[in-house]
Design a binder for this molecule. Structure first.
Ligand code: F3S
Length: 408
């Protein structure tokens, strides 16, 4: 790779060992992907911070980097951890202690301890065309597709390396020619809610893998629907970008999205949406003992929806209801009275953590109901849970009744 003088000095260790290690990592990645040079990034988002993924070895490495003077060079946010720092949820004490050590190490490096996969809900919003180095697949696909920022599907280590150097190798989705669509999906069904968008993403993700899908026929989606569509695409496939014709910034039209290239078309009807939902359902019995909403973390609107659905009702005594969000959104939800409504009903609004990266299985729960396609995809393997997948209304009904589906 061709490096600037400053980048060469980073590589030679002039700015300390952490920066040297970070630049070595970026050069190695750039060599693998054939990047010719580095480009400056405006921000970074570091993921993989849950104890489940970081491990105690990673924790000790992060502490050593912090002790050796590692400091971020660009605004850097942190992803979800496996602990709610505002309360005791009954998770194992040593798990919580180690998890806190990870978060503190990164905060010592100058990162914002946002502990959320939706930093864009609390003011960290990359602009159109801006190069960034964000990890967390749901955030990557959102920033590329909906905001038009430029980001590869970074892992935690490469996002950390970019945070310390302010650089990333220039390849993949940083380049115009790699941001065009590959396959058209014509939507011939009314998408009614987030669960429909998640089912669509899950179905399409399995078809396209790492390619870029283009959607035609999605009319006036909400921000949250686009967030959940992207998260589903990124989990069932490895999608890092999608276009919605007439909606997302790099697709004013279908032909715009494909940049004049030829394409094949797949038609999506109610049948494919149902198939997507069936694939996300793995529970064997109707009894539900755990309901989780908020993967990606809830917006203020999603928390309000839960509060409205549960107001004046009671969560079944055999069910744990968790609503995941960030500390920032939780603060607003508290001021607006939504937290009180949900907690009076027996639910808990968590901050910082989530089901997949946390450890709810330590509470002994077995069967989850969720409206998140990403959570439904990962929870069987990551948490050992059977899953019911459906609308937020169906999930809240399951939390109240203790079972999925109509009253028996
Ligand atoms: Fe966010 Fe955790 Fe889901 S990081 S996207 S809530 S798996």
């Amino acid at each position: 790779m061709i490096l600037t003088d400053e980048e060469k000095r980073m590589l030679e260790g002039e700015f300390g060992e952490p920066v040297q290690k970070a630049m070595e990592m970026l050069v190695a990645i750039g060599d693998i992907y054939g990047a010719e040079r580095m480009i400056p990034v405006k921000s970074a988002h570091i993921a993989g911070l849950s104890l489940k993924t970081h491990g105690t070895a990673g924790m000790e490495w992060a502490e050593e980097m912090a002790r050796n003077g590692a400091k971020v060079k660009v605004p850097t946010t942190l992803n979800v951890i496996g602990l709610d720092r505002s309360r005791d949820l009954g998770l194992p004490v040593d798990w919580c202690a180690n998890q806190l050590r990870i978060e503190r190490a990164y905060e010592c490096m100058g990162c914002y301890g946002t502990s959320s996969c939706v930093p864009y809900y609390s003011g960290f919003i990359p602009r159109l065309g801006e190069h960034i180095s964000w990890a967390e697949s749901s955030a990557v696909v959102f920033t590329n597709s909906v905001l038009g920022a430029r980001d590869n599907r970074e892992g935690g280590p490469s996002a950390w390396a970019s945070a310390l150097t302010g650089r990333t190798p220039c390849y993949g989705l940083h380049l115009d020619e790699n941001r065009k669509g590959d396959l058209l999906f014509k939507i011939e069904v009314d998408l009614r809610d987030i669960a429909d968008y998640g089912a669509l993403g899950s179905y399409v993700g399995r078809i396209v893998g790492t390619k870029i899908p283009v959607f035609e026929g999605i009319v006036n989606p909400s921000l949250e629907e686009l967030v959940y569509l992207g998260a589903a695409l990124a989990s069932s496939g490895a999608v890092a970008m999608f276009h919605v014709a007439g909606v997302t910034p790099e697709a004013q039209s279908v032909s715009d999205a494909f940049g004049g290239r030829p394409y094949d078309t797949v038609v999506i009807t109610a049948k494919e949406i149902e198939e997507g939902k069936e694939k996300l359902t793995s529970a064997r019995e109707r009894k539900v003992d755990y309901v989780a909403i908020g993967c990606p973390h809830c917006s203020i609107g999603q928390i309000r929806e839960v509060a409205e659905l549960i107001a004046g009702k009671k969560v079944n005594e055999n069910v744990t209801l968790w609503v995941h969000t960030s500390a920032a959104i939780k603060g607003l939800a508290g001021q607006l009275g939504y937290i009180r409504i949900i907690e009076e009903a027996g639910g808990v609004v968590t901050q910082d953590l989530c089901t997949v990266l946390g450890n709810p299985e330590a509470l002994g729960v077995k069967t989850l109901a969720t409206n998140s396609a990403k959570m439904a995809f990962y929870a069987p393997g990551s948490n050992g849970l059977g899953v019911w997948y459906g609308s937020v209304r169906q999930c809240i009904e399951a939390a109240i009744n203790g079972y999925w589906g109509p009253t028996v």
